[in-house]
Design a protein around this ligand. Structure first.
Ligand SMILES: Cc1ncc(COP(=O)(O)O)c(C=O)c1O
Length: 398
C-alpha cells in the first residue's frame, strides 16, 4: 500500500518564516556567521522571576494534566488584566488557554468555520492566517492593502470584499509583518462596517504591549457597543514576556465559542502545559518592569533600523508603530543581477542575500506581498549594524 497524504495537508505550505530560520541555522551549523533578521521572537531570555515561578510550580507538584481550557488562576489573571488595561469585562469561562496564540487561532477558526465560509484577511498578512483558514475548509479572501495607506485595510475595501458567505474579518494590529498600527479612529470605522455587515472579528492583539512612542494601542472590542459579543480576542505571553518556547496563548470569546473550543481542545491536546501556565500567571501578575526594559531596547533598535533604511538608496518602509518588524520595499532592486545571479522577486532576493552575505530576511511573498522583505529587529544592535552594512553592500553589488 502506498502512503498518501491527505488533500488538505498536502496543500499546506510549511511556514516560510520558519523555513528561512532553518536555512540560516543550517549555514550557522556549517560554521558560517549568520545575521538572522528572519525571526519572529524576542532575542531576550524569559525574565528570571517567571522561570522561578515555573520551578516553584514543579516543586509544588503542578506537573499533571490541568482543566482542558486552562487553570482558573491564569484565566482570572487574564480577565483582570483586560479589566485594568482596557476596561473590558469578561468572565474567566470566556478564556481558553492554548499552546500558544497560533494554537488559539487554530481553535477559534476550527470552532467557527464551515467549509465554504469566507474569511477576509488584509494583506500583507502573517504567514499562518491563510493556512489556518484553509485547514478548516473555509476560504481566505485576501484583500490587498496599499503601502500608501500604511498597509491598513480601508472601510470601503472591507465593504467590497464582503459576500453573503463572509463570516469573519481577521485583524492584526500592531501588524506582523508590517509593524503598522491602526488608530482608534481607523479601527472604529472598520467596526462600523463589521456591525453593518453582521461579521465576526478575530482580533490578533499579540503585539499590544510592543507599541512605540507616538502610537497608542486600542483593543478592538472597546470601540463600539456590541463588538464584544462578536470579537474573538487572541493574545499570549510569547512576545510580551519573551516566552515563545513556553507555548502559552489564549482566546477570549463569547461563552458558547469558549465552550466549543474547550471541547475541541480536550480531544486535541488535553490541556496546555501545566508548568507553563503557572509561569504565565507570574508573568501577568508579577512586576512589569521587564516589559518596559525590553520595549526600550526595541525602541532604540527601531530608530536605528528606520535610519539605516532611509540611508540605503532605493529602500523604504512604512511607519513602524508596533511589533518588531520593518517591511521594506525592495521593488527598485528587483530585475537585476547580484553577483552574477538574476534576481526577479522577493524570494530570490532573500535567498541571494542569505547565500552571498549571510543575512537572513523573509520574502514579502510569504506574507502575500511581492516586492518587499521583512526584517526583524529582534536581535542585538551589533547584529543589526553588521546586517545593515551587508545589506548595503549587497544592494551596491559589492
Ligand atoms: C501576529 C502573530 N500572531 C500570533 C503569533 C503566534 O504566537 P505564539 O508563539 O504565541 O503561538 C505570532 C508569532 O509569530 C504572530 O506574529
Amino acid at each position: 500500500m502506498s502512503v498518501s497524504i491527505s488533500r488538505v495537508v498536502k496543500s499546506l505550505r510549511p511556514s516560510d518564516t520558519l523555513a528561512m530560520a532553518a536555512k540560516a541555522r543550517e549555514l550557522r551549523d556549517q560554521g558560517h556567521q549568520v545575521f538572522d533578521l528572519s525571526l519572529g521572537e524576542p532575542d531576550f531570555d524569559t525574565p528570571m522571576h517567571i522561570c522561578q515561578a515555573a520551578a516553584r510550580a514543579m516543586d509544588d507538584g503542578h506537573t499533571h494534566y490541568t482543566a482542558a481550557s486552562g487553570i482558573v488562576e491564569l484565566k482570572r489573571a487574564i480577565v483582570q488584566q483586560y479589566r485594568a488595561t482596557h476596561g473590558l469585562e469578561y468572565a474567566p469561562t470566556q478564556v481558553v488557554v492554548s499552546n500558544g496564540a497560533k494554537h488559539a487561532l487554530h481553535n477559534v477558526l476550527t470552532a467557527l468555520l464551515n467549509p465554504g465560509d469566507e474569511v477576509v484577511i488584509p494583506a500583507p498578512y502573517w504567514v499562518s492566517y491563510a493556512a489556518l483558514v484553509e485547514l478548516t475548509g473555509a476560504v481566505p479572501v485576501v484583500v490587498e492593502t496599499a503601502e500608501a495607506d500604511d498597509f491598513k485595510l480601508l472601510p470601503d475595501q472591507l465593504r467590497a470584499a464582503v459576500t453573503p458567505k463572509t463570516k469573519i474579518l481577521l485583524l492584526c494590529s500592531p501588524s506582523n509583518p508590517t509593524g503598522s498600527m491602526y488608530t482608534a479612529d481607523e479601527l472604529g470605522r472598520l467596526a462600523d462596517v463589521v456591525l453593518e455587515k453582521d461579521l465576526l472579528v478575530v482580533a490578533d492583539e499579540i503585539y499590544e504591549r510592543l507599541v512605540y512612542p507616538g502610537h497608542r494601542f486600542t483593543s478592538f472590542p472597546t470601540l463600539r457597543p456590541g463588538l464584544q459579543e462578536r470579537t474573538m480576542l487572541i493574545n499570549g505571553v510569547s512576545k510580551t514576556y519573551a516566552m515563545t518556547g513556553w507555548r502559552i496563548g489564549w482566546s477570549i470569546t463569547p461563552p458558547e465559542v469558549a465552550k466549543a473550543m474547550g471541547s475541541l481542545q480536550s480531544q486535541e491536546t488535553s490541556c496546555p502545559s501545566s508548568v507553563s501556565q503557572y509561569a504565565a500567571v507570574a508573568a501577568i501578575e508579577g512586576p512589569q518592569e521587564c516589559v518596559a526594559e525590553m520595549l526600550a531596547k526595541f525602541t532604540r533598535r527601531r530608530e536605528f533600523v528606520r535610519r539605516r533604511i532611509v540611508e540605503i538608496p532605493g529602500l523604504s518602509c512604512t511607519e513602524i508603530g508596533g511589533a518588531f518588524y520593518a517591511f521594506i520595499n525592495i521593488s527598485e532592486h528587483l530585475g537585476r543581477k547580484y553577483g552574477g545571479a538574476q534576481v526577479d522577486d522577493s524570494s530570490q532576493w532573500c535567498l541571494e542575500l542569505l547565500s552571498q552575505k549571510r543575512v537572513a530576511a523573509v520574502m514579502g511573498s510569504a506574507f502575500g506581498a511581492e516586492g518587499y522583505a521583512r526584517l526583524s529587529f529582534a536581535t542585538s544592535m551589533e547584529n543589526l549594524a553588521s546586517a545593515f552594512e551587508l545589506i548595503e553592500e549587497f544592494i551596491a553589488g559589492k
